[in-house]
Design a protein. Structure first.
Length: 323
């Protein structure tokens, strides 16, 4: 196995020295950067597989740095794992994902979990580089490489873990379907789904079993949403977004409840420390005919608010927000 090239972004040398010990015997090449500018310079001049970025640095806006990385085509594909002292909260997660974070790990963390995460993203980036190398070879031999390029784009559109649409695709499709619904004056349904007490599940069973559960739930959800123009994608972490075309409030509720029922039927046993017998989901739902006063972003906000209310009312349920 090739050595994993890791860049740790943090102005705290003590933290770098501490974390460096973790990787000494794990076949890693580890480098450090003490500022956002230094990080981007190293990414542009060195080969880096994964970036670990401490969110609590002084004199560094990690969100701006992440956005700059994502805006540069040469380095935008590199996975960014945020390491944070903060407690998990929705605002922090949403802001981090919007800035370009790929994943998170919370301090204090388990070393094996961090190594597992890095290994997954290293494999992903290695596969991507291998595909790019193959395309370059084919391009030099023959300009008729359209099919290969299309295949790479399709791979880049799939969430590597759940094998459904990723955040980039679901955002694009929502924008397209919103415009169509606005023009045709047809209802558009939107569902925001979140796994209940999933952190507790991960903490007890471990992230490998948590990843397996995410794949099972993604597969079951996709089975319910069968209409050609409907979409389901992983929005981030354990959140999923559903786009239901030409779907009124009643139909949206029916589909939402079918999804909740389908997840319950999986009978994925929850951890003994959780009051729930099985792993369940909550769904915030909204449906309306778009107007100039209701943007696609606003629909997401409404669905997110409904999801919050569903959680507050006991979880394992659907809550439809009236507009």
């Amino acid at each position: 196995m090739d050595k994993i090239r890791l860049l740790v972004v943090d102005g705290n040398k003590d933290f770098f020295n501490d974390i460096k010990v973790i990787f000494v015997e794990n076949n890693y090449i580890i480098r450090s950067a003490d500022s956002g500018k230094d990080c981007i310079n190293k990414l542009l001049t060195e080969i880096v597989d994964v970036v670990l970025m401490h969110t609590d640095m002084k004199d560094l806006d990690i969100y701006d740095t992440a956005k700059l990385i994502r805006s540069n085509n040469k380095i935008s594909h590199i996975p960014l794992i945020f390491i944070t002292d903060q407690e998990e909260n929705k605002d922090f997660l949403l802001k981090s994902y919007k800035s370009g974070a790929t994943d998170f790990i919370y301090k204090p963390f388990v070393n094996d979990i961090l190594i597992h995460k890095i290994s997954i993203y290293h494999e992903m980036i290695s596969n991507l580089r291998e595909l790019e190398n193959q395309v370059d070879i084919l391009t030099k031999l023959n300009d008729q490489n359209f099919a290969m390029r299309k295949q790479i784009e399709e791979i880049a559109s799939i969430d590597y873990l759940t094998e459904i649409a990723n955040r980039r695709v679901i955002d694009r499709e929502l924008s397209n379907e919103y415009i169509i619904a606005l023009q045709d004056k047809k209802p558009l349904g939107l569902l925001m789904m979140d796994l209940d007490n999933f952190k507790m599940y991960n903490d007890y069973f471990g992230h490998q079993k948590g990843d397996k559960a995410l794949r099972q739930i993604a597969k079951a959800s996709k089975k319910v949403v069968r209409k050609t123009n409907d979409f389901v994608g992983r929005y981030g972490g354990e959140e999923f977004l559903f786009i239901l075309t030409d779907c009124n409030e009643e139909q949206t509720c029916v589909i939402s409840n079918k999804i909740v029922e389908e997840i319950n039927n999986l009978n994925i046993k929850h951890s003994p420390i959780c009051e729930r017998g099985n792993l369940t989901v909550s769904i915030g739902a909204v449906s309306c005919i778009p107007t100039s006063k209701i943007s696609a972003g606003k629909l997401i906000s409404f669905a997110d608010e409904a999801l919050y209310d569903a959680k507050r009312q006991g979880k394992n349920r659907v809550l439809l927000k009236k507009i």
